[in-house]
Each structure stands twice: as structure tokens, then as C-alpha cells.
Design a protein around this ligand. Structure first.
Ligand SMILES: [Zn+2]
Length: 435
């Protein structure tokens, strides 16, 4: 439950149980880069799948896309990133440490007390070179946002599908920003995953479509069980240059309330710029009336921030029970864990193995655990948010008529145990998990 935990606890749980490891760790790490471990990658994929199902597969007029991370440098000139994607930075004259000007209040270095020079602009895109030549033409960047990959494919989707307005293009993918001061675990990192939709509308309908997306995004927060989300309507004079209206969804993280998601009305800014720079006609041609440039509503979701918010929101702890993550069942990395009551009784182990392999065929995310006693196994599964633990005991093998061929199923949230017939187990779990 949020408000009850600290970043230290979340970072430690993430490391200990294989959700998130520091990147390049035994070489001293690399600030702003994180690696997702066995639990983290499952959680991440479950979030992506839920998002894709909710916003792409269940919506008839949304098209999926997976664009290349590296694009022609002209894309970034047109989008304004090559010129303007900069933060004001100050550098310590002594130790050369850099700070974002808006993150530091003093004019002295926090590390060594040295003098901080004048603020200067620093472009946050990672530069790279494509091909063997090292000239200006070979230069480009790792994308700092996924949105431009969508805009440069707008015409392809139009040509392939002739969609009716309004329609959207959705993408999940990595983006990279050379943050001056990465911080707060995966909240502000230099490599991250975005889940984004560019939704193309007629200008006169933008407010109505904006409001629809606001409702849709609230549904997503509900599906994730995130309660501490505040919607902040950004005042006009603070808006990004391309936007006429933005609502930030801010979440109460242990380090303070910060942006989780955003919903922006980007006008026709991006398509117009790409049309000017590329010379390609990007106008939409309706059956009746004049061709026009669509306007854009952009719902954007940070995946790594979602993971941090989920860990925080669903983290619970008490002295007796230890830590349990009350993740929504669908998102839990492990859905069910199977235990033989005792690891040294061959008949229990082989029956449990049999149940384990039949569950694995039907349910994604089934684990095996025969270490320590059942209480310890519950604790281990609780820590990673496993909703169901299935124990095979002596009653399973040779119980009375109504307990033979049944197993004990223990629920993470109620801690109640039920006897379930082996024959009904798959259906029972599928129904409870909602798959
Ligand atoms: Zn310094």
C-alpha cells in the first residue's frame, strides 16, 4: 500500500527477487540503465500485453506498429529535437560533474563544493553513426520518443488500410534520453520503454476525443489498481511548444508526486512539420470534402514508471507475514506455484510434478518450489505476488473419498486454503485469474 513503503525497500525487493537489477553491475554499473530480471521481464510483458489488448486489439480503429529505433537524422530535424531537445545544464568547474539547472538550487557543486559555471544547453539525444563513414551525413540519434516513428508511418497506414477518421496508431518500444541526472530508480532512466498512441482526429472534434481518452486512461489506472493518481491540467504557459492542452497523470511515489502518464493535444504540429520537411503530402482525403491535415491526441504511458508505481502501490508488509505484493492477478509474474508437501517423499514429488507439468501447458507463469517448509514457500511466493499456491499432500494421494485427488489451493490475499479437485484445478485457476 502506498505511503507505507520507501524507495530503499522497493529497490531491495526488486534486486533480491529478480525484478530489476542495476545495469552493468559488476563493472561499477552505468547510471540510468537497469536490467529486468526473470520476475521483472514477466511483469513487464504482462503489462505490455494488457495494454496492447486494451488499447489495440479491443479497439477496432487502432493499428499497431513497431518502428525502428534508429531513423534518418532528418526526422529529428523536422520534429525539432535536433535543435531544441535540450535542458539547461550547469557544470562544476572542479570535478566536472553536471547538474540540470532546474534540479539544483545552490551555485555550488553538491559533490565537492566547487563553483558551478554558467548554465548552458545540453541536447539529451544519444548520438550515433550509421555505417563505416564518420561524417555529418552518417550521424543520427537513438530515438528520444517513440511518437516520431508513428508520424513517419502515418502515410503508410493510410495507404495500406484507408482508415476512416478518427483512427490511431499504437506502439510499444524503447526510447533513450541522455538525462543529465538520472535518479529515483527506474523513474528517470536513460533507456526506457514507452507505450504510446497517436490518435488522428478532425480538428473540430479534438475536445470530444480528448475527453474520451481521458476516460479510457482512467480505466487503465483502475485495471492496474493504482489509487493515488492525480490528474493535473497543465497551465497554458507551461505547455510544450507543440501542445494546446495536456493532462498529466501524477502518481504519489515514495519520493513525491511525479508524472506517470500524459495525455496531450498535439494539434497538427508534427504532421505539418514532416510535410514541410519531406515534401510528402500527408493530408487525409475524405470521401467528400477537401483534404486536410489531421490533428493528434496523444496518450502516452511510461512502462518503467508503471512498474515502479505497481510495486509501490501493491507492496504490503507486516512483521508476522513479511512482504507480499498484491499485484492484480493478470499482471503477476507467477500465477501459481506448485509444492509437494515434502521434498523427500517420492510419491508426493511425482504427483506434484505431474500436476505442475499439466498446469504449465494451460497457464502462463507456473512455478515449482520444494525448498524449505510450506510456510517459507508461501513467504517467497508472496514477495513476488504469486496469487495461488498449490500444495500436494498425503490426502491428495490417499485421503478419504472427498479429499483424494484434491489439492490445497492457498489464496495470497485472503490467505484462505481450499481443497480443489485435480480435475477442476485448471478451470478453477483460469477463472480466478481471469484468463
Ligand atoms: Zn564538483
Amino acid at each position: 500500500m502506498s505511503g507505507k513503503t520507501t524507495m530503499e525497500k522497493l529497490v531491495s525487493l526488486a534486486k533480491r527477487r529478480g525484478f530489476i537489477y542495476p545495469g552493468s553491475e559488476f563493472y561499477g554499473g552505468l547510471a540510468g540503465f537497469w536490467d529486468y530480471g526473470p520476475m521483472g521481464v514477466e511483469l513487464k510483458r504482462n503489462i505490455e500485453n494488457l495494454w496492447w489488448k486494451m488499447f489495440v486489439q479491443s479497439v477496432p480503429n487502432i493499428y499497431g506498429l513497431d518502428a525502428a529505433i534508429i531513423m534518418n537524422q532528418k526526422v529529428w530535424q523536422a520534429s525539432g529535437h535536433a535543435e531544441g531537445f535540450s535542458d539547461l545544464m550547469v557544470e562544476c568547474k572542479e570535478c566536472k560533474k553536471r547538474y540540470r539547472a532546474d534540479h539544483i538550487k545552490s551555485d555550488r557543486c553538491l559533490e565537492c563544493g566547487g563553483d558551478l559555471g554558467e548554465a548552458s544547453l545540453f541536447n539529451m539525444m544519444f548520438e550515433t553513426r550509421v555505417g563505416a563513414k564518420q561524417d555529418e551525413d552518417s550521424k543520427t540519434y537513438l530515438r528520444p520518443e517513440t511518437a516520431q516513428g508513428i508520424f513517419v508511418n502515418f502515410k503508410n497506414v493510410l495507404d495500406s488500410y484507408s482508415p476512416k477518421m478518427p483512427f490511431g496508431i499504437a506502439q510499444i518500444g524503447k526510447a533513450f534520453r541522455n538525462e543529465i541526472s538520472p535518479r529515483d530508480f527506474v523513474f528517470r532512466s536513460r533507456e526506457f520503454t514507452q507505450m504510446e498512441i497517436e490518435y488522428f482526429v478532425e480538428e473540430k472534434n479534438w475536445e470530444k476525443e480528448f475527453d474520451n481518452w481521458l476516460l479510457f486512461m482512467r480505466e487503465w489506472n483502475e485495471a492496474l489498481g493504482l489509487k493515488n493518481v492525480k490528474e493535473i491540467d497543465t497551465p497554458r504557459d507551461n505547455l510544450a511548444h507543440y501542445s494546446k492542452k495536456t493532462i498529466d497523470f501524477e502518481y504519489e511515489f515514495p519520493f513525491g508526486r511525479s508524472e506517470l502518464y500524459g495525455l496531450a493535444y498535439r494539434t497538427d504540429y508534427d504532421l505539418k512539420k514532416h510535410m514541410e520537411e519531406s515534401g510528402e503530402d500527408l493530408r487525409y482525403r475524405p470521401h467528400e470534402g477537401e483534404p486536410f491535415l489531421p490533428h493528434v491526441i496523444e496518450p502516452t504511458f511510461g512502462l518503467d514508471r508503471t512498474i515502479l508505481a505497481l510495486l509501490n502501490e501493491h507492496y504490503n508488509e507486516n512483521g508476522e507475514r513479511g512482504v507480499w505484493l498484491a499485484l492484480p492477478y493478470k499482471l503477476a509474474p507467477v500465477k501459481a506455484a506448485v509444492f509437494p508437501l515434502l521434498r523427500n517423499k517420492e510419491e508426493l514429488v511425482s504427483k506434484a510434478r505431474e500436476i505442475y507439468s499439466s498446469l504449465r501447458k494451460e497457464i502462463p507463469g507456473v512455478a515449482w518450489d520444494d525448498n524449505g517448509n510450506v510456510g517459507k514457500r508461501y513467504r517467497r511466493q508472496d514477495e513476488v505476488g504469486t496469487p495461488f499456491c498449490v500444495t500436494i499432500d498425503f490426502d491428495t494421494l490417499e485421503g478419504e473419498e472427498n479429499s483424494k485427488d484434491t489439492v490445497t489451493v492457498r489464496n495470497r490475499d485472503t490467505m484462505k486454503q481450499e481443497r480443489v479437485a485435480i480435475d477442476d484445478l485448471v478451470d478453477y485457476l483460469k477463472e480466478k485469474i481471469g484468463i
